[in-house]
Write a protein that binds this ligand. Structure first.
Ligand code: SF4
Length: 454
C-alpha cells in the first residue's frame, strides 16, 4: 500500500501557558544554526534588513575564510564592521547596504577626474547591473564591460561546428546547459535534439566520460568551452580518458585565455580603458603573475576582484586609489579565493593536456596566443578533426557591434538593435546570447525600460 505523505511544518504553533498560542521552539539543529547566524551577523540579522538583493543566500560555513581583503584594500573602518571585524561566513556580508554605501561615499570623495575602468568578467558585469553598482558611482567614474563571458566569446562557427557534430547519427553530444539555447545558423542544440540528435546535458566532463564508457559503439563528444577556470576539469577528463583507453571520447575545444585579450583591448587604436577589475575566478586557478607585465607595460592598474557588491566597490576603490596616485600595479581584492601563485595542481593539468594557440573570439576576431588547444599527445581526442568540421565558417550579423561592447568602446544602450531586433530570445550577437553578456544583463534588469518618475 502506498504510504500517505503529509506536509509537516518545520515550525508550528503550540499552546502555552494560559492557553495562548505561541510558536513552537526551534528544533535543536535549527536553534544551533540561528545562534550561529546571530553570533556572526548580530541578533537583528534579518535578510531583508541586511541585504541589497531580494534574498541573499548563505553559501556555506567556511571556517577558514578571513574577511575584508588585505589591509591596503579594505573598506573604510565603518564598512568593515561585519567584514574584517568578524569572521566572514555569509555571502550576505558582501551585500550589506551599510558597507556598500560607505564604499560608494569613499569613492565619491576619492575621484577627482574622469576615469574609465573595465570589469573583465561576465559574472562581475551581471552583478554590477543586477545590483546597480554602476549607478552608485560618481559621474567621473565610468564602468565598461569586458570580454569575460565564456558563452559570449565562443565563435559562431564553433557553435555551428558543434551542431554539425551533434547531428551525426552515431554521436552523443554532451554539453553544459548554458550552451543549449545559444543559436547557430540553423537553430540551437535543443532544436537539433528535437530533430533527433542525441544531445545530453552534463554537469561535469566526467559525466561525459561515463557516457562514453557505457556506449562503446558510439562517439561521445564533450563541448569544452570557457576560460582558464573550466579548462582544468576538462584536462582531467582527457587525462582520465587516456588512462582508461576510452577511444570513443572526444572534446570540441574552444578554451580562451584572459591575459592576451586584455593586451588586445589595450592595443586597440581607440582604446578607452585605463584600468581593469581583474577576473577573480580565473586568477583562483592561474594566480596573478601573468597580469604583472601587462600592468607594467601598459601602465594600467589591475585589481583582481570578486563578484559581490562589496567586492566590486572595494576593487573600484583600490583601482581609483592607484589611478589618482599614478600607480599601475596588480593588487588582489578577492583574497578569500586568489593567491599570487594560483592553483599549482590545476595549472599542471593544463600544461599536460593543452598548448596555447591563436583563437578567434566572437565579436572581436582572432587574438594571438589567446586560446588553448589539445597538445600533440592529446590531439587524437580532437572532435573537430575526428568529425571533419573544421571547414565550417560563419559570418556574424552585420547589425551587431558586440565586439565594440566587449572592448569597452560602446555600451549596450548605444545599439539601435538592443531590445528591438536583438533580445535574449532572438540574439543577434555575442553579448546577448548568454545571461552573463552585457547586453543580456542590461535587458534582464530593465535598463532598456523607461524610468518611472521618482
Ligand atoms: S544589443 Fe544585440 S545587436 Fe546590439 S550589440 Fe548587443 S548583441 Fe549586438
Amino acid at each position: 500500500m502506498r504510504e500517505e505523505t503529509r506536509h509537516v511544518p518545520r515550525r508550528s504553533w503550540t499552546r502555552g501557558g494560559g492557553g495562548r498560542l505561541r510558536r513552537r521552539p526551534l528544533d535543536g539543529a535549527r536553534r544551533v544554526r540561528r545562534r550561529e547566524a546571530e553570533r556572526v551577523l548580530g541578533p537583528r540579522a534579518g535578510r531583508e534588513a541586511r541585504g541589497l538583493g531580494a534574498g541573499p543566500r548563505r553559501l556555506r560555513a567556511d571556517a577558514h575564510l578571513g574577511g575584508g581583503g588585505s589591509a591596503d584594500l579594505r573598506a573604510p573602518a565603518r564598512a568593515r564592521r561585519g567584514l574584517g571585524a568578524r569572521r566572514v561566513k555569509y555571502l550576505a556580508e558582501y551585500r550589506q547596504r551599510e558597507a556598500v554605501e560607505t564604499l560608494a561615499r569613499a569613492l565619491r570623495r576619492r575621484v577627482t577626474r574622469p576615469w574609465v575602468v573595465m570589469e573583465v568578467c561576465g559574472g562581475q558585469t551581471h552583478s554590477i547591473v543586477r545590483y546597480g553598482v554602476d549607478q552608485l558611482l560618481p559621474p567621473e567614474l565610468e564602468l565598461v564591460h569586458g570580454p569575460g563571458c565564456p558563452v559570449c566569446v565562443t565563435p559562431l562557427e564553433t557553435i555551428d561546428r558543434a551542431h554539425a557534430i551533434a547531428a551525426e547519427p552515431d554521436v552523443v553530444f554532451c554539453s553544459y546547459g548554458d550552451m543549449l539555447r545559444v543559436p547557430g545558423s540553423r537553430g540551437d542544440l535543443l532544436a537539433h535534439k528535437a530533430r533527433g540528435a542525441d544531445v545530453r546535458v552534463v554537469l561535469s566532463p566526467l559525466d561525459a566520460l561515463s557516457i562514453a564508457a557505457e556506449n562503446p559503439g558510439r562517439r561521445v563528444v564533450f563541448f569544452a568551452i570557457g576560460f582558464e577556470t573550466t579548462a582544468p576539469a576538462n584536462a582531467q577528463a582527457l587525462l582520465t580518458a587516456k588512462r582508461r583507453g576510452l577511444d570513443n571520447f572526444f572534446a570540441l575545444v574552444s578554451h580562451v585565455r584572459v591575459p592576451p585579450a586584455l593586451t588586445a583591448i589595450l592595443a586597440t587604436e581607440d582604446n578607452r580603458v585605463q584600468a581593469f577589475l581583474g577576473p577573480g575566478h580565473v586568477c583562483t586557478v592561474m594566480g596573478t603573475g601573468e597580469y604583472e607585465p601587462i600592468a607594467e607595460r601598459h601602465r594600467v592598474p589591475i585589481v583582481i576582484t570578486g563578484f559581490e557588491p562589496v567586492d566590486l566597490l572595494e576593487g573600484l576603490l583600490a583601482t581609483v586609489e592607484q589611478l589618482e596616485s599614478g600607480r599601475s600595479e596588480v593588487e588582489i581584492q578577492y583574497r578569500r579565493a586568489v593567491t599570487r601563485g594560483g592553483n599549482a595542481k590545476a595549472r599542471e593539468l593544463l600544461a599536460q593536456v593543452f598548448v596555447t594557440c591563436d583563437r578567434k573570439w566572437r565579436g572581436i576576431g582572432k587574438i594571438p596566443q589567446s586560446g588553448l588547444e589539445l597538445s600533440p599527445e592529446y590531439r587524437r581526442y580532437d572532435a573537430e578533426r575526428e568529425l571533419s568540421v573544421t571547414a565550417i565558417e560563419t559570418a556574424e550579423s552585420p547589425e551587431c557591434f558586440s565586439g565594440q561592447v566587449l572592448c569597452g568602446l560602446k555600451k549596450p544602450l548605444d545599439c539601435p538593435a538592443f531590445g528591438r531586433a536583438c533580445t535574449p530570445e532572438h540574439p543577434l550577437g555575442a553579448t546577448m546570447v548568454s545571461s552573463e553578456g552585457a547586453c543580456a544583463a542590461y535587458y534582464a534588469y530593465g535598463r532598456h525600460l523607461p524610468r518611472v518618475a521618482e
